[in-house]
Design a protein around this ligand. Structure first.
Ligand code: FDA
Length: 307
């Protein structure tokens, strides 16, 4: 019931102003966001321990300003250089939203996003790590996959997210299941119409398993991005059934969610990667985390009432 209004609010500037000014929200945001800048985020990465891999996301999305897109690229270049200096290139990669690097700009948005993503990929290549393109709402899927294709010609290590709730995703998984292809499969976090997406949770779960099966049977590198115990168990079974070792796929979860399960999988010798977002543009990301789990909203409401 709360999912749709929260996802609508995630894109409203008025709601954004209200939420961002509430002091208690800022405290709650730290459950999901590692810090406001690189300096505060990197110790969080260290603290996760050497047995967990990470992917860092410099928060930002829906950029309509070329200067802001440029600032985002510079932040990623700085981050990757710092990861290299700290010797973290083997443990940390980056996740990038193309809408943060120019995809929605009025003139030449896609071209600018491609060029900007190229610069980030070059900086990643320099320290021997990878880049994964996040997936936003369904109006961007074709554009994002087109940019992925072009990037992969020069930077084959660039991967992408596919969202199981989209009806097209099983076919996209087939297209992207070849050798060297890195696909992060998630359920999907946006409010999508019935015409393009499964909306019933049970249907989404079934679609996730179908898509995962395609990836596990293929020759690429599946990244199982889910906190759902059933999806995690099924991923393990599919990996074994397809002769994959622990190095041939990985589990991924968001920072601040199911920390004990993350540690358990890592302790079992599984590759476990944590998605760690940081930066001041946390609003959209935070609202999507609230929308995923009503208990998070109740917790926030209780804190506001009892303060
Ligand atoms: P599900 O929603 O069924 O949750 C299973 C269980 O996980 C819940 O019962 C609860 O215990 C726990 N849980 C899930 N969400 C929680 C929350 N917010 N707070 C507390 N507990 C929670 N989406 C997208 O559209 N584009 C993208 O690029 C990405 N990228 C991405 C990267 C990674 C590494 C992950 C793990 C996820 C994404 N997502 C995403 C988000 C994804 O689409 C999805 O919305 C969430 O992962 C929740 O789905 P689950 O698979 O966890 O299942």
């Amino acid at each position: 019931m709360l999912r749709k209004p929260l996802l609508l609010a995630a894109r409203s500037t008025t709601c954004r102003r209200i939420v961002e000014r509430t002091p208690i929200t800022r405290a709650m945001v730290h459950r999901f966001v590692a810090g406001e800048d690189q300096v505060t985020a990197l110790p969080v990465v260290e603290a996760l321990g050497r047995d967990r891999l990470v992917t860092l996301d410099f928060l930002g999305e829906d950029t309509e300003d070329r200067t802001q897109a440029e600032a985002t690229v510079l932040a990623y270049e700085d981050l990757l250089a710092a990861l290299g200096e700290a010797g973290l290139g083997d443990r940390a990669e980056v996740s990038v939203k193309l809408s943060a690097v120019g995809q929605f700009l009025d003139r030449d948005g896609e071209k600018i996003a491609l060029e900007n993503a190229r610069r980030i990929a070059e900086a990643a290549e320099a320290i021997g790590t990878t880049v994964t393109l996040d997936m936003e709402d369904h109006t961007t899927t074709d554009s994002t996959l087109g940019i992925l294709r072009e990037l992969r010609e020069d930077f084959p290590f660039v991967g992408a997210v596919l969202q199981a709730y989209l009806r097209r995703t099983e076919a996209d998984c087939r297209d992207l299941s070849g050798a060297g292809s890195r696909v992060r499969l998630c359920k999907g976090a946006y409010d999508e119409p019935e015409s393009v997406a499964f909306r019933d949770k049970h249907e989404v779960d079934k679609a996730y398993v179908r898509a995962l099966r395609v990836l596990m049977e293929g020759d690429g590198y599946p990244m199982v991005a889910s906190h759902d115990p059933r999806m995690i168990a099924i991923a393990g079974e599919l990996a074994v059934a397809n002769g994959r070792t622990a190095e041939d796929y990985e589990y991924q979860m968001l920072y601040g969610i199911r920390d004990e399960e993350q540690k358990r999988l890592a302790a079992e010798g599984k590759r476990m990667r944590v998605y760690v977002p940081y930066g001041t543009e946390w609003y959209g990301y935070y609202m999507r985390r609230l929308a995923e789990r009503p208990a998070n909203v109740l917790f926030l409401a209780r804190s506001l009432i009892t303060r």
